[in-house]
Ligand binder design. Sequence first.
Ligand code: ADP
Ligand code: MG
Length: 337
Amino acid sequence: MADVRLTGVTKSFGTTEVLKGIDLEIADGEFVVFVGPSGCGKSTLLRTIAGLEEQTGGDIAIGGRSVNDLSPSDRGIAMVFQSYALYPHMSVYENMAFGLKLAKADKAEIDRRVRGAAETLNITDYLDRKPKALSEPLSNLDAALRVRMRYEFASLHERLKTTMVYVTHDQVEAMTLADRIVVLNAGRIEQVGKPMELYERPRNLFVAEFIGSPKMNLLAAEIVSATAKGATVRTAAGETLKVAVDAARAKSGDTVTLGIRPEHLTTGGKGDAISADVVFVETLGHATYAYLTAGETPVTVLLPGDARPSAGEALTLRVPADQAHLFDADGLAFDRL
Ligand code: ADP
Ligand code: MG
C-alpha cells in the first residue's frame, strides 16, 4: 500500500447518507485508527476504501492513483475482518492462506506464515475446521488475547512499515497503536490527530468525551471574565475557577462547559477548587477511583492507590487552570494556552 487520499467521500444506502463527506489523507506507512460510536460509519468507511462498497460521491486515491473504478483485489489492499467474514467452504487454514495465495507467495512460505499466525492466535488446533464449526470465542477474542493482538499489530506494523487502517471501540488499542486517530461521529470526521493531541487538545465536546477512560468531567459554568490570556468561570454551585485558554471570543455571562480529566483533579494543595461528595470508591491497587457528585453532576477522580476516601465524605478538588478545558455553548473548545 501507499498513501491514501479521500476527497469528499460520501456513501448512501438507499436514502440514508452514512458517510457525509470524508476528507482524509493517510501518509505512506502510517497506522491510522478509526474510532467512534457504534453505527457512526467506521466499517463502511473501511469497506469503501477497500472497494467492498462503492462510494456514492467523492474520490479515493491510493499511491496517487484513483481507485474509484478498481475492484478490491486490484487496489493492492489486504483486509482483516472483524468477524464472520470467512469463506464458508474453506478451512481456517485455507482462509488464512487465501490472501497470500492471491499475492502469489510460494507454498512453503504460505505454510510457514499461516502456522506462525495460528501459533500467535492460539488456534493451531482449529486449522482444519470449517468456519461454521468454530465456536464463538474465536471471533470474540478474550481480554488476554486482545493484549497479545495489540502487541502483534504493533510489531507487524513495525516490520512491514505498510500503511494500516484499523477500526476499534477499544480506547487503549486506539491510543497505543495509532500514529493518528480519526474520530468519527454520524458519518463525519470530528477530529484527526496524534493520540495525545486528541487527548490534550480535543477540538470539541464530542472528542473530549469520547477520548479518555474514565471520561473527562464536564461541569456547566458561565463566563465571569474572558480574554485571550485566560478565562474565569463560575460553576452552577458558585465556585470561581481560572482556566488557561484563549477566550477572546467569549464574553461575561456566556454559557460554557468546563472540562477536567479525572487524573488532573487533586485533593491536596491550594488553589481554585470544586467541592463534591463521594458516592462510590473503586480500589484497584495501583490507583483508586472515586465517583462523586457536585450537585447533580457526576465527577470522577483518579487518586493514588493508597487513598481511601469514604462514601458520603465531601472532598475539595483542585482544578489546575493549565489542565482545564473550556467549551463554548456550541461545544467548540477554546484553545488551551
Ligand atoms: P460502525 O462500523 O461505525 O458501527 P457501520 O459503518 O457498520 O458503523 O454502519 C453505519 C450505518 O450504516 C449504520 O446506521 C448502519 O445501519 C448502516 N449500514 C451499514 N451497512 C449497511 C447496508 N449494507 N445497508 C444499509 N445500511 C447499512
Ligand atoms: Mg463496524
